[in-house]
Design a protein around this ligand. Structure first.
Ligand code: AP5
Ligand code: MG
Length: 217
């Protein structure tokens, strides 16, 4: 039996190829990184809007679980109010469940994730499996006193239990240094580490970050 390929079949294959390419392979993915209070959330909202990025914040996702009174939220709430990290598998699962539901964006902007080298390895695998990668790690550099000043000031308005107690703020910064900062070396070795001065006006910092994002998209 002769095999015939209709023009419509060719167009269909070309469309699938274009769709897959335009929706997966061209996504450009960023980590916005830095200690508590460095401005990750503030800048992520603005950058996501400007560059059509999908903003994934594990802190926001966990606080949404707590606000909704879910079992997971109840279990995580006491860990978060002490300023400790929740287990790796909890946040990895949260991110994995979001990655496949986003295809119409320029890329992902991961905020507050990864927080450990194990989370970084898991994220790289998730992205590699989908023919993507972490394209750049933007690290907001802010000194200790400025971090504390910002978080103490926010405590009045945010209602975040982890902002209320100065010893919890200090613990969050210590946990960052001990468990999260090692990711910087991991990313530096991969050539994707980009430090950014995180002190100044919100608009100035936004311009600094935008410059690095524009270079890649
Ligand atoms: P998360 O929600 O990620 O909090 P965080 O890292 O402690 O950082 P913040 O959200 O407090 O600070 P930010 O850098 O986003 O700064 P922001 O823009 O808000 O995590 C909370 C907890 O959840 C963790 O402790 C952990 O328990 C758990 N968790 C989350 N992710 C996890 C993970 N992957 N693994 C394990 N556990 C996880 O700014 C701070 C303040 O400063 C604001 O009031 C803002 O208005 C102000 N501000 C911002 N920019 C400026 C500026 N340029 N000048 C003056 N003020 C400024
Ligand atoms: Mg934040």
């Amino acid at each position: 039996m002769a095999l015939t390929i209709a023009a419509s079949d060719v167009i269909c294959v070309q469309y699938i190829h274009w769709y897959v390419k335009s929706n997966i392979f061209s996504m450009v993915n960023f980590l916005i990184f830095g200690p508590p209070g460095s401005g990750k959330g503030t800048q992520s909202v603005k950058l996501a809007e400007k560059f059509n990025l999908s903003h994934l914040s594990t802190g926001d996702m966990l606080r949404a679980e707590i606000a909704a009174g879910t079992e997971l939220g109840k279990r995580m709430s006491s860990i978060m109010s002490k300023g400790e990290l929740v287990p790796d598998e909890v946040v990895i699962e949260m991110i994995a469940s979001r990655i496949d539901s986003t295809r119409d964006r320029t890329g992902f902007l991961f905020d507050g994730f990864p927080r450990t080298v194990a989370q970084t390895v898991a994220l790289e695998k998730m992205l590699n499996d989908r023919k993507m990668k972490i394209d750049s790690m933007l690290v907001l550099d802010v000194d200790h006193d400025e971090l504390v000043k910002r978080l103490v000031a926010r405590a009045e308005l945010s209602g975040r239990p982890d902002d209320k107690d100065p010893s919890v703020i200090e613990n969050r910064i210590d946990v960052y240094k001990e468990k999260t900062e090692p990711i910087i070396n991991y990313c530096r070795e991969r050539g994707i580490y980009q430090p950014v001065n995180g002190v100044g006006s919100i608009d100035d910092i936004f311009r600094r970050l935008s410059k690095y994002i524009k270079k890649l998209i």
